[in-house]
Ligand binder design. Structure first.
Ligand code: XIL
Length: 455
């Protein structure tokens, strides 16, 4: 099918001419057996691959206890390229007794994700809820130091493995006051949030540091404005904050509103990334899911969307059936709507850029050939796609130029050398085209394919 773009001035063709064009195109495809057509490779068939084509991730909350459920992990591994531990990184899980840290369940999720090329969002370092009892009963300077020590220990433990941390969760009150939530952490002094961010930055300088909250979706709400003012203040004073997470638990009491996109773009304009971190929608209306994804795609600094569970039966609000898969693991209408939104999504409104112009690299081949092609480019990052021919079980080594960093991959299983600049990608049954997103960090040199070996 041919698509017409805005501004397309070609004469419209009649039905007969169209048939001729379609037949000619089919014949051309058959004759050349093209292995790769930009935008039509296996990306586009799963949430993660489609999001990655747009330079974003599509994630889910994961419970360690469900990783032994084959139906669950099949969907997880097929559809998602980002993971947030649902409870396993919370304070009661990671420091059940003061000074005694417990990372087993969190590591299980992190290892599952990273060994399959999924990134990890860390959730959460400082929160009034799900505190262990020793912390619940603390106050004052003892609590402040215990909180900071917790942030430091946990962020240090997972340094380099978590792309973004929800450093502080839910610190504002609901309703019209715009005030901070009255919690034991708040009572240690109004500067507890910035102190937590500073401790997190020192412990893991490479992770993005987010503030995360709910009921902050409606741009006109006092709580949204209060968080906005805090972020603006942090940015103006150099408090290390990189992103804001919008939980986006939508239901009849707290519905999706059409100014959501304004909220995302207004925060982004402060110079932070925005992320939809815990999406679920009562009844899973397809149109609302679609709107949320379109809103994220319309904001260049919206990095991705995480749904808060895979199947309805995995949801913390299971009776609301708010997720993309039913309890048997079948795709719901909302799934189709999300995938369509990801595939039709608009390109972010970053300044126009010219893709790198060096010709495709064809490496010296063993028994396979890997060809790297430029794909979409944004203001801060770009996608590359690698097409492998001559082998179905392949291993391709790709190098990026420091300080570039690969932030996302799809359709392969990556491992890394100690520098983090050399990625070894292995086939994972998703076909012969894999892709990745490179954060430019100011350097736009094209990644290089070093080798392709068949195994
Ligand atoms: C929820 C989990 O999904 C439940 O399993 C747990 O019992 C309670 O917490 N906001 C957050 C999440 O930031 O951590 C919460 O997760 C949902 C609301």
């Amino acid at each position: 099918m041919t698509e017409r773009c805005q501004g397309d001035t070609r004469p419209r063709t009649g039905p007969r001419a169209r048939t001729a064009i379609v037949l000619a195109a089919a014949a051309l495809l058959a004759a050349t057996s093209v292995a790769f057509l930009p935008g039509t490779a296996s990306a586009g068939t799963t949430l993660g691959a489609s999001a990655a084509e747009k330079g974003r991730y599509f994630g889910t909350a994961v419970a360690a206890s469900r990783l032994s459920d084959g139906n669950y992990t099949t969907i997880l591994n097929r559809e998602f390229n980002s993971v947030t531990p649902e409870n396993e990184m919370k304070i009661d899980a990671t420091e059940p007794q003061q000074g005694r840290f417990s990372y087993g369940a969190a590591e299980q999720i992190v290892n599952h994700a990273r060994s399959r090329g999924m990134s990890v969002r860390g959730h959460t370092l400082a929160w009034h809820s799900q505190q262990p009892s020793w912390m619940e009963s603390m106050s004052g300077s003892a609590l402040r130091s215990a909180m900071l020590n917790h942030v430091t220990q946990v962020a240090t433990h997972f340094r380099g493995q978590v792309v973004a941390w929800d450093v502080v969760n839910e610190a504002f009150e609901d309703g019209t006051s715009g005030a901070r939530r009255n919690s034991n952490l708040q009572r240690t002094g109004n500067d507890w949030i910035e102190a937590a961010f500073r401790a997190a930055r020192a412990a893991d300088p490479g992770a993005k540091l987010c503030y995360n909250d709910y009921n902050t979706d409606n741009w006109t709400h006092a709580k949204t404005q209060a968080v906005y003012n805090m972020v603006r203040d942090f940015k103006s004073r150099g408090v290390p904050i990189d992103c804001v997470g919008f939980q986006s638990h939508f239901n009849n009491d707290s519905p999706y509103v059409s100014n959501y996109r304004t909220t995302l773009s207004s925060f982004a304009a402060l110079g932070v990334d925005v992320q939809v971190t815990e999406l679920d929608i009562q009844g899973a209306p397809a149109a609302t899911y679609r709107s949320v994804v379109e809103d994220c795609l319309a904001v260049a600094r919206c990095n991705g969307v995480t749904v808060w569970g895979i199947r309805d039966s995995d949801s913390w609000r299971a009776s609301q059936t708010p997720l993309l898969f039913n309890s048997s693991g079948q795709k719901k209408a909302a799934y189709d709507a999300v995938l369509a939104a990801l595939n039709n999504g608009t390109t972010p409104t970053d300044p126009p850029t010219t893709p790198p112009t060096t010709p495709p690299t064809t490496p010296p081949s063993g028994s396979c050939t890997a060809t790297l092609q430029d794909s979409t480019r944004w203001g801060d990052r770009f996608n590359s796609q690698v097409t492998v021919s001559g082998a179905s079980n392949w291993t391709v080594v790709v190098a990026v130029t420091p300080p570039q960093k690969v932030s996302n991959t799809w359709n392969g299983t990556p491992t890394w050398d100690s520098s983090g600049n050399v990625m070894t990608m292995r086939s994972n049954g998703s076909g012969n085209v894999f892709g990745f997103t490179t954060m430019a960090n100011g350097t736009w040199t094209r990644p290089v394919v070093r080798s392709c070996t068949a195994s």
